[in-house]
Design a protein around this ligand. Structure first.
Ligand code: SAH
Length: 207
């Protein structure tokens, strides 16, 4: 079962929301089999636009949130991308649809890191996953052109900011109970120019 019709319907919903500006992002969402990333118990809801549990008290974000964050990263095929918070690997797969490079992703829970890597490999997505604390970024593969966090942080982690090239972008939920989606651009002098894109609700960063 490829669930293509379900995906088409989801893409249609996202498209009509007018919140996704890049056609390429809608195409990526239309290409990734989300049902392969959610637990067996929730496969029937895989193409509903809502978050779903993935075990270990964590959730896979709703498709519209994955699409909005990916859209705001403004990716080009040659971009090197860092993800903090692999979860089940779905968001990384969407990003992998858009770039020709290997996506680097750090996940705090070792079990999730391992199962996400297995699933991404099985589906042929060029993503490397490491178990660790995303606060440190992943210096071995730096620098990156873009980075995003899928867990909420009180402030953008310094090492992640450092590992971004000038001109690069970071998208992250910033705040504690009340979080805003922050879109930051690193300037030539290393400073960040920030804009926000509404209130969001993500699991807090651990560690
Ligand atoms: N993008 C994911 C969503 C994952 S939810 C997906 O598509 O499924 C957020 C994830 O961030 C969780 O898996 C959680 O374990 C992870 N996380 C929390 N704190 C972290 C940290 N300090 N470093 C790396 N990952 C972290």
């Amino acid at each position: 079962m490829t669930r293509e019709k379900d995906r088409e319907r989801l893409v249609d919903v996202l498209s009509r929301s007018n919140r996704i500006h890049r056609e390429s992002v809608l195409d990526a969402v239309g290409a990734v089999p989300r049902h392969e990333f959610v637990p067996e118990s929730h496969v029937q809801q895989a193409y509903h636009d809502r978050p779903l549990p993935i075990g270990h008290g964590q959730t896979i974000s709703a498709p519209h949130m994955v699409a909005i964050m990916t859209d705001r990263l403004a990716l080009s095929p040659e971009d090197r991308v860092l993800e903090i918070g692999t979860g089940c690997g779905y968001h990384a797969a969407v990003v992998a649809e858009l770039v020709d490079t290997t996506v680097s992703s750090v996940e705090y829970v070792p079990d999730l890191a391992e199962s996400a890597q297995q699933q991404l490999d099985r589906l042929g997505y060029d993503v490397r996953v490491k178990a660790g604390d995303g606060r440190d970024g992943w210096p071995e593969h730096a620098p990156y052109d873009a980075a995003y966090l899928t867990c909420a942080t009180p402030e953008l982690p310094g090492p992640v900011v450092e590992q971004i090239v000038p001109g690069g972008r970071i998208v992250a939920p910033v705040g504690k109970a009340r979080q805003q989606l922050v879109i930051a651009q690193k300037e030539a002098d290393g400073s960040l120019t920030r804009t926000t894109d509404g209130y969001v609700q993500f699991v807090p960063m651990r560690g």
